[in-house]
Design a protein around this ligand. Structure first.
Ligand code: ME8
Length: 513
């Protein structure tokens, strides 16, 4: 059986989740649910990054200990993912004892191998990014991403990252789908053309106490990124007694797909692979960097800019499955995209209300009116229904390919294309008129549109689990597994349809404001 292991970044607990962070988690959830639909065994890891200066400062501001602060804040993330119907396998916290122990073991192993050494560091430090910069890397006195930096000089411990520079370049070139999308791979290779520094992996406790203690230097804690990146491995059993089989299964045999925002691509595609090389651990399968969800002014939605939308508020306003749909449909994974109510309204109305919803309500109303609510029988295919049948049988393969290529927006476009064809068919055949002359012929049209709804309903489950479950229940509650999609027709004639309120009502924000 094929397997799929996907991760999201672990989020800093310095604030609540917003639509930008929710975007990454929702996308991982949707990809994971697709792979599950394909019949694969899946694992989805998410969690929180709880150490480091940012968290320590946020706790101090609130007059709490860092652990109290984390214990309170983590609930915001867990609740947000529950509210958004995110079905993860594990929620990892970097303050968990098992994670801390393995991070310490990895540090010790690297120190014993001579991969970590002591030196004096002088340079610039960005608290908000938890990253050191050299004088040369600064842009107008700030970090390359425009964050404040402060000058520091101190004794620290360094990981010999530079030693792996050429090995990493060779690996990226030999594995062209390691870093995705392709333009990001080229960016990383561009970055690696310049000399790579060693990585400072310690922080003196005098400056920062909230972290994992370095086992061979008790006055230091480890750098938060060294700790955080390891979650992807500790989460599936690295270095833990009794979890060896899990580790082999999910890491060695499957290898993870890391989904993350473009702003943290360097840590994931340079720090992390070189750490793994030094630890003799195989590298992830893919590192995929997505773009940003922008606000109305096309600026990044971010906590520090104060321009955030709460995912729960957005879901309450728009409808949860509508939100999941537009974030998948309107963002080409890898690119930036704005989030604005007028865009949401037009997408939901044109594709969900007027297309999918319209096909469902028309088909069910006509079946109710002319066939006493029982699914009519197929007759001989006409040329359009033969074309629809062919497209529906090909659709699962098309969707699978798009999802495997990280193109979920295109997968949805293909599904909508078949629904559009079915709506046109309904319009052309006008079964409401046809029923009066030839009831069986009208029945055939409805049998076809109901089967299209079944195929689309199953293929849209990963994006809109709640709505699609209801849709499928209404049209005869067919099986929803991957194999069922190669059957046509599947729902038997005479199956009873269930009536209900419109499942995909139109949105109308303009009249409400
Ligand atoms: O970086 N649109 O955590 P974090 C899309 N703890 N994505 C956005 C976004 C937006 N407007 N704003 C933020 C960290 N993100 C580390 C990760 S992993 C080992 C450690 C994304 O809470 C951002 O791109 O600051 C990043 O992928 C994620 O939110 C986590 O942000």
């Amino acid at each position: 059986m094929n397997r799929f292991y996907i991760t999201t970044p672990i989020y800093y607990v310095n604030d609540k989740p917003h639509l930008g962070t929710a975007y990454c988690t929702l996308t991982a959830d949707i990809l994971n649910r697709y792979h599950r639909l394909f019949g694969e065994e899946c694992y989805f890891l998410t969690g929180t990054d709880e150490h480091g200066q940012k968290v320590q400062q946020a706790a101090e501001k609130r007059g709490l200990t860092p652990q109290q602060h984390c214990d309170e804040m983590v609930v915001n993330f867990q609740n947000a993912w529950t509210d958004l119907n995110v079905d993860y396998s594990q929620f990892i916290r970097t303050t968990s004892a098992f994670h801390k122990k393995v991070v310490q073991d990895c540090l010790q192993k690297l120190y014993d191998k001579g991969e970590i050494y002591e030196d004096t560091y002088e340079g610039w430090y960005s608290v908000s990014e938890e990253i050191f910069y050299t004088e040369k890397e600064l842009v107008n006195g700030k970090s390359p991403t425009g964050r404040e930096v402060t000058k520091i000089a101190e004794k620290n411990y360094f990981f010999r990252m530079s030693k792996y520079q050429q090995k990493l370049i060779d690996y990226i070139e030999a594995n062209p789908r390691f870093i995705l999308p392709e333009f990001r791979k080229n960016e990383v290779l561009g970055f690696l053309r310049k000399p790579l520094n060693d990585l400072c992996i310690s922080r003196p406790k005098a400056r920062l106490s909230w972290g994992i203690e370095i086992p061979f230097a008790k006055d230091y804690v480890t750098y938060v990124w060294f700790d955080a990146l390891l979650n992807y491995a500790t989460g599936v059993g690295l270095g833990q007694d009794g979890r060896e089989a899990e580790w082999s299964k999910w890491w060695r045999e499957t290898r993870p797909v890391h989904l993350l925002g473009k702003d943290i691509l360097t840590t994931h595609s340079v720090y992390w692979p070189t750490m793994l090389m030094a630890l003799d651990i195989p590298l992830p399968k893919h590192i995929f960097a997505h773009g940003w969800i922008l606000n109305r002014d096309n600026a990044k939605m971010s906590k520090s800019e104060g321009s955030v939308v709460s995912p729960k508020d957005a879901a309450d306003l728009i409808g949860l499955d509508n939100l999941r749909y537009v974030l998948t449909r309107d963002v080409h994974l890898g690119n930036d995209a704005p989030f604005a109510l007028d865009l949401v309204e037009s997408r939901v109305n044109s594709e969900l209300a007027n297309n999918l919803g319209n096909l469902l309500s028309r088909s069910s109303n006509l079946v109710e009116k002319f066939f006493a609510g029982k699914k009519p029988a197929f007759q001989v295919d006409d040329s359009t229904s033969a074309e629809i049948r062919t497209q529906c049988l090909a659709l699962p393969g098309v969707v699978k390919k798009e999802i495997e290529d990280f193109r979920p927006s295109f997968a949805l476009e293909q599904i909508i294309g078949v629904l559009t064809l079915a709506n046109k068919y309904m319009e052309e055949k006008a079964p409401w008129k046809l029923a009066k002359e030839n009831l069986e012929a009208a029945g055939h049209v409805l049998a076809v549109t109901l089967e299209v709804l079944r195929v689309a309903g199953v293929l849209l489950i990963p994006v809109m689990p709640g709505k699609c479950d209801e849709l499928l229940k209404r049209i005869g509650n067919p099986p929803r597994d991957w194999a069922s999609l190669s059957k046509w027709p599947l729902v038997p004639a005479d199956a009873t349809l269930v009536k209900g309120e419109p499942l995909f009502p139109r949105l109308d924000f303009a009249s409400k404001t």
